[in-house]
Design a binder for this molecule. Structure first.
Ligand SMILES: Cc1ncc(COP(=O)(O)O)c(C=O)c1O
Length: 409
């Protein structure tokens, strides 16, 4: 960090809590660790295009965080931004829904097998709020079952920490992701409104295990037996694994399916999709927001969906595999072993045995100094804008970064 970044950070610290508020303040975070961004890491983005951005000092970076997921088609992607601008010329926030809202709902329902309707909102948290309200209205129950370490946004029952009231968590039971016996136990113990799960274990800082064969059929059967709604939080992985959504990809048959992040390539759009059986409950709940249905953002989402086909998902998987295989080989040459988990399009990359993430932090810092933005404990994201040349350039820089690690040999 130098010049402009340092000056901005000093100004920010005077008027913004911690200078950087929320998750962009955290460089490393897990259940046991919270580290703010190191001083020599970039704090502000001045501009971005494709898979690269420039920080406030004009330093360029190859970005593997993609805005924590939304940037899936590339920063400043022409087709998406043109759709936004064209719709913007007709007004931004209207008093009634825009035709584009209907078109987006049609497109989302057509893509996601088993889903009959779509309600749009703005953020992942919104999509979860809607799903929980619908599940509770449908079942007449309150309790939720979620996985340990899962992040589902700021829903009042699910977020924790300073300023949160413990009683609000009272309706939430936590089980280990993938523990079918614990799920059966939780469902047998009391009436549950919703089982809310990500398509695979997406914890930060812990291996991102994929579902074993037959897992989701067992979860579905348990929900059916006990009358609980199955809510899929596909907010992080959605549109990167499969154009039909992660439900079709993993053979999940959810009652409610939550999407956001990559839906509109950075514009704030979310959607809660539901099965026909959930429609009556969805028609009864009132959950809303002044800026939900912002027409230009919805138009951007529609244009973005045009780009997210099977070839797009295959590209992201191929780029992630090229990156992870390359890093693994470079690390092995230095006597280091990487711990790589999760799908290749959004891999979690750490070092084997690096329980406190010290090596991962040192590697991320060394990569930032060489113009590559990574995260030491959160999964990375690939995009359509990452090319084989970008990956190979990243690997060249990784070779130097690994050599500079304290453990490097
Ligand atoms: C799996 C998952 N669910 C929900 C959310 C919440 O989304 P948002 O931050 O848009 O409210 C996130 C955000 O990181 C997420 O990763």
């Amino acid at each position: 960090m130098s010049g402009e970044d340092a000056a901005l950070l000093a100004r920010a610290r005077a008027v913004i809590p911690n200078g950087v508020f929320g998750h962009r303040r955290s460089f490393a975070f897990t259940a046991t660790q919270m580290r703010t961004i190191p001083e020599d890491y970039p704090h502000f983005v001045a501009g971005a295009r494709g898979c690269r951005f420039s920080d406030a000092d004009g330093q360029p970076y190859i970005d593997y965080l993609c805005g924590y997921g939304p940037m899936v088609s590339g920063y400043a992607r022409a087709e998406v931004d043109a759709a936004f601008t064209a719709q913007q010329a007709r007004g931004v926030c209207h008093s009634l829904p825009s035709p584009v809202e209907v078109a987006l709902a049609e497109a989302l329902v057509a893509r996601h097998p088993g889903m009959a309707w779509s309600a749009c909102s703005q953020s992942g948290t919104d999509a979860i709020d809607v799903a929980i309200a619908v599940a509770r209205a449908h079942t007449g129950r309150a309790a939720l079952v979620v996985a340990h370490g899962a992040w589902h946004g700021n829903h009042v029952n699910l977020a924790f920490g300073a300023g949160r009231v413990a009683q609000e968590q009272g309706q939430v039971r936590r089980i280990a992701w993938g523990d079918v016996a614990a799920l059966a136990d939780a469902l047998a113990r009391e009436p549950v409104a919703a089982v809310l799960l990500c398509p695979y274990d997406q914890q930060v800082g812990a291996a991102n295990a994929l579902p074993p064969a037959g897992h989701w059929a067992q979860v579905r059967a348990l929900c059916d037996r006990h009358g609980a709604a199955l809510v899929l939080d596909d907010i992080r992985a959605g549109f990167r694994l499969d154009p039909r959504g992660s439900a079709a990809h993993f053979g999940i048959a959810p009652d409610l399916h939550c999407l956001s992040k990559a839906l509109a390539n950075g514009y704030p759009v979310a959607a809660t999709l539901g099965s026909a059986a959930m429609l009556a409950a969805a028609q009864r709940v009132f959950v809303s927001g002044t800026f939900w249905g912002l027409a230009p953002a919805l138009a951007a989402a529609l244009a973005n969906l045009e780009l997210l086909d099977a070839a797009a998902c295959a590209h992201m998987a191929a780029m992630g595999t090229r990156l992870c295989d390359g890093l693994q080989a470079l690390a092995a040459r230095r006597g280091l072993e990487l711990a790589i988990s999760g799908p290749p399009a959004l891999p979690l990359v750490g070092f084997a045995g690096d329980h406190e993430h010290a090596l991962a932090c040192a590697f991320s810092e060394a990569m930032a100094r060489r113009g590559v933005l990574l995260h030491p404990t959160h999964n990375w994201f690939l995009s359509l804008a990452h090319t084989p040349a970008d990956i190979d350039e990243t690997l060249e820089r990784a070779e130097a970064a690994l050599a500079a690690l304290p453990a490097g040999r």
